[in-house]
Design a protein around this ligand. Sequence first.
Ligand code: AMP
Ligand code: ZN
Length: 277
Amino acid sequence: MKITQKVESKVKQTLKRIGLSKKEKILVALSGGKDSTTVAYLLKKFGYDIEGIHIDLKLGRYSEKCLKAVVELCSILDIHLHIYDTKKEMGGSMCYIRTGIQSAFKGKGLKNCAICGVMKKWILNREARNLKFDKIATGHNLDDEAQTFLLNIFKGSPKLSANSGPITRNVADKKFVTRIKPLFYILENDIREYTKANELPVVYEKCPCALDSYRINIRKFMNTLPDKNKENIIKNFDKIYDKINKLKDLRIEYCKKCGEPSRGSVCRRCELIGLVK
Ligand code: AMP
Ligand code: ZN
């Protein structure tokens, strides 16, 4: 089967399973990388109502290339692009903010990607809600999800995967925008081939700050496995997901500092930011 047909039919199946409607307004989180670019391209091709959002992390040349690719993509797809400027909104580049947090948190081993991930999730939820979107779509693919699932097992806590899956479930809170992952069942290799075959504007290089050696080692290990094995990890996840999901802590509070939905009285973002103030 040709790559275009293979990827498109699988994504269509995933969207059907998620129950995504063409009446919903979807905000696609665009990093400039191959995965989120493919999500926007496909949702537009299938006739969904989408706009894009890019968080400009201000990480020098890398961020400039990402912004350029995202602007080009949105112009090709003829969709509106929202840009969140980290320097303007947060007072510095993500690298600057992260370094401050890490030095305040000395010795606690807070990983670059973990801090950036917390900030991005917080920004995306707030922007999507304020702009009145029904869903946020991200580019997480099968390899990302299989790695996370394994990592959580290695940490001894498969329950951490309760927030995973192609759609966030059980979080019926008016301040929380549902997130979807249309590429949840698509292999990274297939996405790379798809973007090349369709000549999409993509930055293929990795973020210069992605230095989490533990995750990199899991990724390297997983890349020694045949694709079938990676697919089987996700098949396992699907089989036990309902059980894991029941273990989830459904309590949602509102952060007393920023008002965003949170698991505790102060959200993780404010907890981290509070350290450097
Ligand atoms: P990552 O955690 O970097 O692998 O990114 C996972 C997903 O988050 C991507 O596929 C995008 O949908 C979204 N994302 C990552 N970085 C950005 C960014 N700078 N701006 C907007 N969305 C992003
Ligand atoms: Zn907060």
